[in-house]
Design a protein around this ligand. Sequence first.
Ligand code: 4NP
Length: 172
Amino acid sequence: MPLPPPRRPGHYRVTLVCLGNICRSPMAHVVLEQRLADAGLHGRVSVSSSGTGDWHVGEPMDDRAAATLDQAGYDPTRHRARQYDETEAASYDLVLAMDSANLADVGGRSERVRLYRDFDPVEPGADVPDPWYGGSDGFDTVLELVERTSEALVTELSGLSGLSGQSERSAP
Ligand code: 4NP
C-alpha cells in the first residue's frame, strides 16, 4: 500500500509507537533518523516515538537497547520516553506501531496508522518482538529488523512527491 500523502506539502511527520518507549520504538527512531540523514531527508521528514504505557515517561532508553545501538555506531543518549497521546493520530502523517497489540492500543489500522513492519521487505506485517523480558539477543534482533525496515521506509519516503532532498532543475 502506498504511503499516505503529507498533510502539509513539503514535510512528513512519522511517529513510532511501542509499549514502554524505552526499547523498540526508540531504537527504530534513532536508526530511522540516521537513515533519513544519510538520504538527505533529515529536514523534510521528522520522526518521534512514544509508548502506550506511562511507566517510563521521562526516562532514557533501556540500557540494553542503548548498548546495542552504541555498539552499532548510533547515538542513543538523546532519547527520553514519552507517552502516546491519542490526539497524535490526527497530527501525524504516519503512525507506525511496533506490534499488533500496540496497533490495537492506538485504535487499529487505518490509512495513516499501520504496523512498522508493513515496510519490512523480508517479513511484512510481522511484529517487532518485545525484547524487554529477554536477554541481549532480543535487542540484536530488534536492531536487525529496524535497520532493514528503516531502509525500506526511507526508500518509500524518498519516492513521495515534493519530499526529495534533491533540488529540482528546470530544463534550459
Ligand atoms: P518497549 O519495551 O515497548 O519496546 O519499550 C517495553 C518496555 C517496558 C515494559 C514493557 C515493554 N514494561 O512493562 O515496563
